[in-house]
Write a protein that binds this ligand. Structure first.
Ligand SMILES: CC(=O)SCCNC(=O)CCNC(=O)[C@H](O)C(C)(C)COP(=O)(O)OP(=O)(O)OC[C@H]1O[C@@H](n2cnc3c(N)ncnc32)[C@H](O)[C@@H]1OP(=O)(O)O
Ligand SMILES: O=CC(=O)O
Ligand SMILES: [Mg+2]
Length: 556
């Protein structure tokens, strides 16, 4: 093999930068496994994405999402998912975060029960982030990961006790443009899953999973047919690795509006591989707007007013708990957006109190665990769950929530109450542009105005602006009564860009990607038809091909 080139199997091309560390992940055999997954499942994935487009067309024509009469037998009959593996029984608090080396160590050491290593909402999917992330995950599973912060002369290493690792690959819609398989970009999540599984299944099962694993989180699905593909991917991976059926376990995020009507069906498809569902509340709100993009009677109030106590959000969480516990698996809660505020103890305590309140609501409702965005939140979240669950690892058998069986389609779709304001429009714009600027620079999760912002929260800002513009809504909550139109929006964009420059400083503003972000965000908010995802268009700006380094073909 030439120095500086990846050795690839037939039909695979690598267009990303060569790096000797990356080559330990992008081995010929690992790439062969990814290519096999791609070839076996590409037509199913294509069909699933086409079905999403057909469903969107129906919703745009006025149909409301709902339970599918054709699968009522799955909802009505009694059946159980495979028993929860002992290694994943206690998931009271799960920390999430991108796969940055230092953060992986900090998350594993955080005293959370689980670390969800995120290749999705919290990660900008640059080649560097993704493949160095795979290096970090492998070193983490091997137990050898370390990091030397030279500026602070601090060495990071794993504690004796660490959180259990779950990995969240990208959603089905995202391509991996640096890896071509038979001339086409690979499916991002198959690259993420395939590389991680290939390199880590054996060590994970030995050291973390007590014979089970690896463990995954599966994002942004809209229908059980997508869960069926994942189940087949898992079966194929188990066969290739020669491990028992049901070794791999996954928690599916219920974070699209169509999927809330498919929770039993999704668990059914993944019956042998399931370890529960999770309330991905931020994408869920995004999906509510997206699903009802052409329904002016279902506009949301300001983003900050759409909390978990709104009837449609509470109904979604209650039904998720009931469904999971009926099927014998975890019902995981979601992410509070507040993070520690370093320089203001009073504001910090107020933020912590909001997190505690959110977690108390979750545990009392019957959730078995929750998400935390930052290590500083783990003690408070853990305290709330321990105080309310005692020594039990979960509430699967104790809080059945049969009362939620009566929740209807109307409950799940009920329009949230609240108002729309100029400040809501401004905040959407300011946050959307700053988040996108960070994402284009390689950071997929950032603190903005003392809240965590990631791809899911930024999506809410984008689609809400788009919808308010499309319907010229009246901003009725601040007494100003302005109607949103293009002139107003362009003025807001200009003023918010000036505010951002003032806040971050001219030097950072000029060096950063703010102007590019503003262009993309403004285009997406004002386009005739709504883009499905902010990150699909933005992805084109972070793809960096290195054709000169190329790849060297090797025989199979
Ligand atoms: C909608 C959804 O999908 S939610 C799931 C996706 N979102 C996430 O995963 C959020 C992850 N969280 C984060 O990325 C960060 O906490 C942010 C961006 C929100 C805040 O970041 P910052 O303000 O830079 O954090 P801060 O400076 O307070 O960090 C302090 C320390 O905690 C560490 N830290 C902060 N968050 C995390 C985390 N989630 N995992 C591991 N370590 C973390 C930092 O690395 C830093 O470590 P150090 O003291 O050793 O240097
Ligand atoms: O992925 C989680 C969400 O809230 O979105
Ligand atoms: Mg999400």
């Amino acid at each position: 093999m030439d120095l500086g080139t990846y050795e690839v199997p037939e039909g695979v091309d690598i267009l990303g930068r060569y790096d000797a560390e990356f080559a330990k992940i992008l081995t010929k055999d690992a790439l062969k496994f990814v290519a096999e997954l791609q070839r076996e499942f590409r037509s199913d994935i294509k069909h699933a994405l086409e079905s999403r487009r057909e469903a969107k067309k129906k919703y745009n024509e006025g149909t409301l999402p709902g339970f599918d009469p054709a699968t009522s037998h799955i909802r009505d009959q009694e059946w159980l998912c495979a028993p929860v593996p002992p290694a994943a029984a206690d998931r009271k608090v799960e920390i999430t975060g991108p796969v940055d080396r230092k953060m992986v160590i900090n998350a594993l050491n955080s005293a959370a029960k689980v670390f969800m290593a995120d290749l999705e909402d919290a990660l900008s999917p640059t080649w560097e982030n993704l493949i160095s992330g795979q290096v970090n995950l492998k070193d983490a599973v091997d137990g050898t990961i370390s990091f030397h912060d030279k500026v602070r002369n601090r060495v990071y290493k794993l504690n004796d006790q660490t959180a259990k690792l779950f990995v969240r690959p990208r959603g089905w819609h995202l391509p991996e443009a640096h890896i071509l398989i038979d001339g086409e970009p690979a499916t991002g999540c198959l690259v993420d899953f395939g590389l991680y599984f290939y390199h880590n299944h054996s060590a994970f099962r030995r050291t973390q999973g007590a014979g089970f694993g690896p463990f995954f989180y599966l994002p942004k699905m809209e229908h059980s047919r997508e869960a069926k593909i994942w189940n087949s991917v898992f079966e194929k991976a188990e066969d290739v690795a020669g491990i028992e059926r049901g070794s791999i376990r996954a928690t599916v995020l219920i974070e699209t509006l169509p999927a809330v009507f498919q929770m039993d069906e999704i668990l059914y498809e993944l019956k042998e591989h399931s370890v529960g569902l999770n309330c991905g509340r931020w994408d869920y709100i995004f999906s509510y707007v997206k699903t009802f993009q052409t329904h002016p009677d279902r506009l949301l109030p300001d983003r900050v007013q759409v909390g978990m106590t709104q009837h449609f959000m509470k109904s979604y969480s209650d039904l998720l708990i009931r469904t999971c516990h009926r099927r014998g698996v975890h019902a995981m809660g979601g992410m509070a957006a507040q993070i520690p505020i370093k320089d203001d103890p009073v504001a910090n305590e107020a933020a912590l109190e909001l997190v505690r309140k959110d977690k108390l609501r979750e545990v009392k409702a019957g959730h078995d665990g929750t998400w935390a965005a930052h290590p500083g939140l783990i003690p408070s979240c853990m305290e709330v769950f321990n105080n309310n669950m005692g020594n039990a690892p979960n509430q699967i058998d104790t809080v059945k929530r049969d009362d939620a069986a009566n929740l209807t389609e109307q409950d799940l779709l009920q329009i949230p109450t609240g108002t729309r304001t100029m400040e809501g429009l401004r905040l959407n714009t300011r946050v959307g542009i700053q988040y996108l600027a960070a994402w284009l620079s390689g950071s997929g999760c950032v603190p903005l105005y003392n809240l965590m912002e990631d791809a899911a929260t930024a999506e809410i800002s984008r689609v809400q602006n788009w919808q308010w513009l499309k319907y010229g809504v009246e901003l009725d909550g601040d007494g100003l009564g302005e109607k949103v139109n293009k002139d107003l929006f362009h003025r807001v964009v200009e003023e918010e860009m000036a505010r951002i420059e003032k806040e971050v400083g001219t030097e950072k503003f000029e060096k950063g990607m703010y102007k590019e972000a503003c262009k993309i965000f403004t285009r997406q908010c004002t386009s005739l038809t709504l883009d499905d995802f902010l990150t699909l268009d933005a992805y084109n700006y972070i793809v960096v091909h290195h054709p000169k380094e190329g790849t060297v073909k090797a025989s199979n």
